[in-house]
Design a protein around this ligand. Structure first.
Ligand SMILES: Nc1ncnc2c1ncn2[C@@H]1O[C@H](COP(=O)(O)OP(=O)(O)OP(=O)(O)O)[C@@H](O)[C@H]1O
Length: 303
């Protein structure tokens, strides 16, 4: 199954939380929604799982086989909500049995799946403890198990990494990669750029309800990158002012009297810049610095 959002918008009393957002998430693919607090990620996710309806546009679930539109059966998807929903006074295993029944699993399959996932998440020995006794991270792991228990084909996770330590974040990342390998469609929202950068096939950056960049990581980089940073080392001392006078250079940061970091428009060809810089003094080293997704994201949402 795959999912398509066609120019969906959602408005609350005073705010347009989602503004004409379109996306397609295919089986065997991880789509990550990124954006600052209030960007509209959860509002979008709630529409994707059918909890709320778009004011404009449409959400369509399609068969992977022939692309025909389908209704979304509860057993077909797993949803990790932003407001976690398990009963804190009940034990882990009671909670998971309850979820398994809701998802239509028979007793034997429920038992088998619960045991499998508890072992996988290293929680088998705590199965009979009330949720309340667990750390925040372990509660989050049980929430994830509740989402995956019935082997859904479409998994939608609102901030799956929140509350997890780095080791467990890595672990969840591996689980998501396994789901992808198994052909599951995975959509998640997250704030952890470095993790998302490593795993997502597609990214969608939102700000104030709108999409500001969308596509594969290289495509998103290209859409966000308006400036490039270059490092230059001259063979002799050069004044910062002399370097700043090179027309292509927008900003200069001096590391010492021979080494500079330069900011230029992304459209400037490095070869042309190198020729211009040679006019200041012979250049012994010249390289382009790669901005991290985190840096590009900050530039985009703060501008
Ligand atoms: N039920 C609601 N009623 C009114 N306004 C809402 C409601 N839900 C969300 N909003 C508003 O819609 C905007 C988008 O919120 P949303 O929770 O979708 O953002 P988000 O990107 O998920 O943020 P975060 O990263 O903080 O979870 C915000 O301005 C928020 O205050």
């Amino acid at each position: 199954m795959y999912i398509e959002a066609q120019s969906v918008s959602k408005e609350y009393a005073t705010v347009r939380a989602v503004d004409k957002v379109s996306l397609v998430a295919q089986g065997g693919e991880i789509l990550a929604l990124l954006g600052p607090n209030g960007a509209g990620k959860s509002s979008l996710v709630r529409m994707l799982v059918g909890l709320t309806q778009p004011d404009e546009g449409a959400i369509i679930y399609r068969s992977a086989a022939d692309g025909s539109a389908q209704s979304l059966a509860t057993e077909a998807f797993g949803y990790l909500p932003e407001d976690r929903g398990l009963y804190l006074d009940r034990t882990i295993v009671d909670n998971l049995n309850y979820i398994a029944r809701l998802r239509g699993l028979d007793k034997a399959t429920a038992k088998q799946n619960i045991e499998h996932w508890l072992a996988r998440f290293d929680l088998s020995e705590r199965a009979t403890e009330p949720m309340r006794q667990l750390s925040k991270g372990n509660q989050q792991k049980v929430q994830l198990i509740a989402t995956l228990l019935h082997n859904p084909k479409l998994v939608i996770l609102d901030e799956p990494f929140s509350g997890l330590d780095p080791v467990n974040q890595e672990f969840v990342l591996r689980v998501l990669e396994e789901l992808r390998t198994a052909g599951t469609t995975v959509i998640l929202s997250a704030h952890q750029m470095a993790l998302v950068e490593r795993m997502a096939d597609k990214l969608m950056l939102m700000n104030k309800g709108k999409v500001i960049a969308q596509g594969s990581l290289p495509q998103v980089r290209q859409q966000l990158q308006t400036q490039q940073s270059l490092m230059v080392e001259f063979s002799t001392d050069v004044d910062a002012e002399t370097v700043a006078q090179v027309p292509e250079v927008q900003a200069v940061e001096s590391l010492d009297s021979r080494n500079y970091v330069l900011q230029c428009q992304d459209s400037v060809a490095p070869e042309a810049l190198l020729v211009a810089l040679q006019g200041c003094a012979p250049v012994v080293q010249f390289s382009r610095q790669q901005h991290s997704l985190h840096e590009l994201y900050l530039q985009a949402v703060q501008s």
